[in-house]
Design a protein around this ligand. Structure first.
Ligand SMILES: C[S@@+](CC[C@H](N)C(=O)[O-])C[C@H]1O[C@@H](n2cnc3c(N)ncnc32)[C@H](O)[C@@H]1O
Length: 227
């Protein structure tokens, strides 16, 4: 069973929507979630988890000693540990698939101005960003990472093919999709999709995926063309 363990100052945010739908149904079977309240590992009676930055500057920094205590009490040897951070390697579908091959993953949610740098090296922590913007805390990023990993864990999605057909899986964005009714506000579903000709449908979908990727994501298109 895949385990995601989240280290947070806001344990109440979890499990949130991870307890609903297919994720909720498979929780406790195909995967599990453990929430660690970092504040429980504070060393003083005021439960202090942060302090001012050396060298001055705005905001507060999460203390290395408190984080270390929370990690050391919960992380098992050999497990991957990730600090969600705007400085990290940018998360994508390839990383989600890679992480889904782990037995467990530890996600540290930062707050304030981030964490004392020394914890990252001392506990061999990888930094992962969910994009070039700043969030107020790592919890939303943890949800993003867990959600996209779970889609690759066998048995969680009803139809495994649905994760294989999705945008990014073959280096392309997804083709347009339609459902009933066939005509809506005078717009008709493309004829090919109701032709019953599966080879033609496959070709049409590929050409649409290619056109959309070329227009919207020249970076992906260049990579796709090279392969
Ligand atoms: C206000 S941010 C700290 C930003 C930090 N001072 C900087 O400039 O890089 C607080 C926390 O939110 C999380 N966070 C913010 N943006 C993120 C992103 N793009 N990806 C992942 N986590 C993010 C991190 O855990 C971070 O410690």
């Amino acid at each position: 069973m895949f385990l995601s363990r989240v280290f947070t100052l806001y344990p109440d945010y979890f499990p949130g929507y991870l307890d609903k739908g297919l994720f909720g149904k498979s929780k406790g079977k195909e995967w599990n979630l453990e929430i660690i309240n970092i504040r429980d590992y504070a060393l003083d009676k005021h439960k202090t988890v942060d302090d001012t930055p050396y060298g001055g500057g705005n905001g507060m920094i999460m203390k290395a000693d408190v984080l270390a205590s929370s990690l050391d009490a919960n992380v098992k040897s050999g497990e991957k540990t990730i600090y969600l951070s705007p400085r990290g390697k940018v998360f994508n579908s390839k990383l989600a698939r890679e992480f889904s091959n782990e037995n467990s993953i530890n996600l540290i949610c930062g707050h304030f101005e981030g964490v004392d740098e020394r914890i990252l090296e001392s506990r061999n922590i990888e930094e992962i960003s969910i994009g070039d913007f700043i969030l107020s805390g790592g919890e939303v990023a943890a949800f993003v990472v867990i959600d996209s990993i779970l889609r690759f864990i066998p048995g969680i999605l009803g139809n495994l093919n649905s994760s294989r057909d999705e945008s990014f899986e073959n280096g392309l964005l997804e083709y347009p999709q339609f459902t009933k009714p066939q005509i809506w506000e005078e717009k008709k579903v493309p004829n090919v999709l109701i032709s019953g000709d599966h080879a033609k449908i496959k070709d049409w979908r590929l050409s649409q995926s290619e056109a959309i990727t070329r227009d919207r994501r020249p970076d992906l298109w260049q990579k796709y063309k090279k392969n």
